[in-house]
Ligand binder design. Structure first.
Ligand code: FE2
Ligand code: FE2
Ligand code: FE2
Length: 167
């Protein structure tokens, strides 16, 4: 692909991805405010933005075999753990931005777990095997991720068991 088009598609993928997430989050807020049809409108259009993002990523040849995709996922998680969040958090601490420090601390701690779960999956996928996987529990406050039963108290943010969502 020509370089300028590739850069443009990558920017469009980033923008559509953000719109997808922003509308999903806005939908939750509308539902909390007792506005279910506005929530549904946000959810529907959020999905349309997901379709746009998916098409852009495909056009960028960014969707490959699961073994390859897991390699990309591991690279992203490790970058966040090793470089991105430590550097961003250093700036946020220097600037005394407490909310930013907390949200990035939550992310950094969860990404460490994601990288290792993906690594186990990648080794299996390379051998063309699926993995054995119990219920995956996600803390809805901080994103802490664990396989099996949800803990009584989240080890990252201290949220209680009922705050976990299972997959
Ligand atoms: Fe869009
Ligand atoms: Fe992650
Ligand atoms: Fe948590």
């Amino acid at each position: 692909m020509r370089k300028m088009t590739e850069t443009d598609l990558a920017a469009a993928f980033a923008g559509e991805s953000q719109a997808h997430m922003r509308y999903k989050i806005f939908a939750e807020k509308a539902r909390e405010e007792g506005l279910p049809n506005i929530a549904r409108l946000f959810e529907a259009i959020s999905y349309a933005e997901q379709v746009h993002a998916t098409n852009h990523l495909r056009a960028l040849s960014g969707v490959n075999t699961t073994a390859d995709n897991l390699g990309v996922a591991i690279g992203g998680e490790n970058f966040e753990v090793d470089e991105m969040y430590p550097a961003y958090m250093a700036v946020a601490k220097l600037q005394d931005e407490k909310g930013a420090v907390l949200s990035m601390h939550y992310a950094l701690e969860a990404e460490k777990i994601h990288a290792s779960m993906y690594e186990t999956a990648r080794q299996s996928a390379v051998a063309k095997n699926d993995i054995a996987l119990g219920t995956v529990q996600i803390c809805s406050v901080c994103g802490y991720t664990v396989e099996g039963d949800a803990p009584d108290k989240c080890p990252i943010c201290a949220a209680t068991k009922d705050k976990f969502r299972s997959f």
